[in-house]
Design a protein around this ligand. Structure first.
Ligand code: NCD
Length: 307
């Protein structure tokens, strides 16, 4: 049995298989509509979510399966003091596969050690978010036609943004990637990502504070929200929250082939006027998230389409 806890749990071949399957699901939805008949997905969300939880649930439903779960820690027995390990041991009696989001880094990893069914990390604190990364990779592949030869700008809260950490880990394994890391001094990428992932793979990168200075050089601009819930004090959040706002005037400095991604939710970092620009990919990205999760569920359950 296999779990997905960290993006590095998947080899490049496995990622390629999931992305290819996701594209086949997009092209031939009817082939997949009964693949998970009789199977159940449990979504255990100890932290807020819209896209991740609902796209997991929609994914399972579109595969003909069923879903159960909870959407906040308060509505589960964790509010009574139950451990994550006990919750998962019990839920693995009710479901065939579990997607878990938790505010503590490492909680899904711990859950995977107690579970009798595959565990998918749907976000653990400021650490990893591997299914968002699969979503991002499918989006880049569909928008750009490739996952190599890219200059990728990551902008915003690079310190606490788990989607950023996971995407850097995963995409660093492709050929000829360059990173432009755009953040305030206080929200720079954690040292372990810079040294153990970027530098140890000899990937060219620069760290800058100005978006305008670099936007013209980018193939991808990955915008992120400042992660309010991970700050120790509200004053720091208020000071940093509007560090970057992408609007049409800044977009005028970018090249025509730029793809703008954002894991969403957006707060202020992308002006609504940008949504109508063909370079804005973030709503297509959210849709891709459903298809890639369908492919992931099938892969972890070892299921194939009926021919
Ligand atoms: C992200 C997350 O939860 O880390 N959202 C998502 O899953 N699409 C990004 C965020 O909350 O800023």
């Amino acid at each position: 049995m296999k779990h997905l806890i960290d993006p590095m749990d998947l080899s490049l071949e496995e990622i390629d298989h999931i992305l290819t399957l996701a594209q086949d699901i997009i092209d031939h939805k009817e082939k997949y509509s009964q693949v998970c008949r009789g199977k159940k997905l449990a979504t255990l969300f100890f932290e807020p979510s819209t896209r991740t939880r609902l796209s997991f649930e929609a994914a399972m439903m579109e595969l003909g399966g069923n879903v159960l779960g909870f959407s906040s820690a308060n509505s589960s027995s964790s509010a009574k003091g139950e451990s994550v390990g006990d919750t998962v041991k019990v839920v693995s009696c009710y479901a065939d596969i579990i997607a878990m989001r938790h505010f503590k880094e490492g909680a899904p990893m711990l859950a995977s050690m107690k579970s009798d069914v595959p565990i998918i990390n749907a976000g653990d604190g400021g650490h990893n978010h591997p299914t968002q990364t699969l979503t991002d990779l499918l989006t880049i592949k569909r928008e750009k036609g490739r996952l190599s030869d890219l200059t990728i700008g990551l902008c915003g809260d690079l310190m606490f943004g788990r989607t950023v950490h996971s995407l850097i880990k995963a995409i660093s394994r492709y050929e000829n990637i360059r990173f432009v890391l755009i953040s305030p001094e206080e929200l720079k990428i954690p040292d372990y990502i810079r040294t153990e992932v970027i530098e140890s793979n000899n990937i060219p990168y620069m760290e800058v504070t100005s978006m305008e200075d670099v936007i013209g050089d980018l193939d991808i601009l990955y915008m992120t929200r400042v992660q309010r819930e991970r700050f120790f004090n509200e004053a720091d959040y208020i000071r940093l929250k509007d560090s970057y706002i992408l609007d049409n005037s800044k977009l005028a400095l970018a090249n025509q082939n730029l793809s703008i991604l954002h894991p969403l939710p957006r707060v202020n970092e992308i002006a609504v006027e940008v949504d109508d620009d063909p370079r804005a990919c973030y709503f297509r990205q959210a849709l891709n998230g459903k298809y890639v999760r369908m492919a992931l569920i099938m892969t972890l359950l070892g299921l194939e389409a009926d021919e």
